[in-house]
Design a protein around this ligand. Structure first.
Ligand code: GRF
Length: 203
């Protein structure tokens, strides 16, 4: 069984897409061992409990710069992949090195556009709409020591229309996120991903 831990900070719609993909058999060899949130009282935790998944809070306000170390303590030698799904804290230190190319994140833009420090949630889409891009989308990438800088696994695109608001664009991209994340997990679980420097080769 390919064991996954999912890191969350909000509503958990991306977590739900993984739960649904396991239930449907699309991710037949995968199991979610735990869900970890960096804050209390987010709906993603309720989604975990409802689906009998162990849920933990490593509160960023309490653990401050040691959130990554606490995650490592909880997950070391217990999971095959860590999935950041709407996760807002920066991961760093030994966690990154011990889980090299075993942590993935989904970002709601076509990296390297509209990403990096401070670029999360609706801000990403406000920037895209303001910039007047004709195409946007989402990116699943490996997590390294930077912010949204790891090797890109998958991207999915959506059109951006002149009359779009940031909220409309966010909704359109979120639908693609819910496809891209399970697809990337399946590729990794099936051993079809090879990382060669910055390049990710899908076998
Ligand atoms: C999504 O746009 C995701 O790309 C970003 O956080 C947002 C909320 O995700 N990282 P979720 O609904 O909490 O999964």
């Amino acid at each position: 069984m390919f064991k996954i831990a999912v890191l969350v900070s909000g509503g958990g719609t991306n977590l739900q897409s993984i739960i649904d993909a396991i239930k449907s058999g699309y991710l037949s060899n995968c199991s979610i061992e735990s869900v970890i949130s960096d804050r209390k009282e987010v709906y993603a935790l309720e989604r975990a409990v409802t689906n009998d998944i162990k849920a933990y809070v490593i509160d960023r306000k309490i653990h401050k710069g040691r959130v990554s170390d606490e995650i490592l303590k909880l997950l070391c030698d217990k999971v095959d992949l860590i999935v950041c799904a709407g996760w807002l804290s920066i991961l760093k230190g030994d966690l990154i090195s011990k889980f090299e190319n075993k942590i993935i994140n989904i970002h709601p833009s076509l990296i390297p556009a509209f990403c990096g420090d401070g670029m999360y949630g609706i801000k990403v889409h406000e920037s895209a709409v303001e910039h007047g891009v004709k195409v946007s989308g989402c990116t699943v990438h490996f997590v390294d020591n930077g912010t949204d800088t790891g090797p890109i696994i998958l991207q999915k695109t959506v059109p951006v229309y002149g009359e779009d608001t940031a909220e409309l664009l966010q909704k359109r991209i979120l639908e693609q996120e819910h496809k891209a994340l399970p697809e990337a997990i399946k590729l990794i679980c099936d051993g079809r991903i090879k990382v060669n420097g910055r390049k990710v080769i899908i076998k």
